[in-house]
Write a protein of this length. Sequence first.
Length: 128
Amino acid sequence: MTRARVTHLSRLLSELLVLLGLYLFGSQLALWLHWPIPGGVIGLGLLLAAFATGWIKPAALQLGAGVLMAEMLLFFIPALMSMLDYGALLRSEGLRILAVIACSTLLVMLATALTVEAVCRWSLRHES
C-alpha cells in the first residue's frame, strides 16, 4: 500500500470515528436525560453546534460523510425487508401510507430549504 493510500484510509477512519462518536454520545445523552429524541438526532444537533462554534470545520468530515451518503441505501435495507412481513397491510392501506410518506418528504424538503435560506440570509447580514 502506498503512503497516500494509508493517509487516505486513516483520514477516512478518523472521520467515521468522529461521526460515530457523536452518534453514540447523542444516544447516551438521550438515555441519561430520558429524552424521547433519538440519539442520532441529538448527535446531529451536537455536530451542528460543533460546526457553528468552529470546533469542527465541515471540510474536516467531508470524506467520511461522503462515504456514508454513498452507502445510504444499505441503511434502508432492514426497513424494506420488514415491509415484506406486512403485505396485507400494504395492500389495504398502501396508498394512504404512500401519501403520508410523500407529504412528509415534501414537508421535510420545504423545511430544509427554508432553514437553509434563512441561515444564508442571516450569515450574509452578519458578514457585512
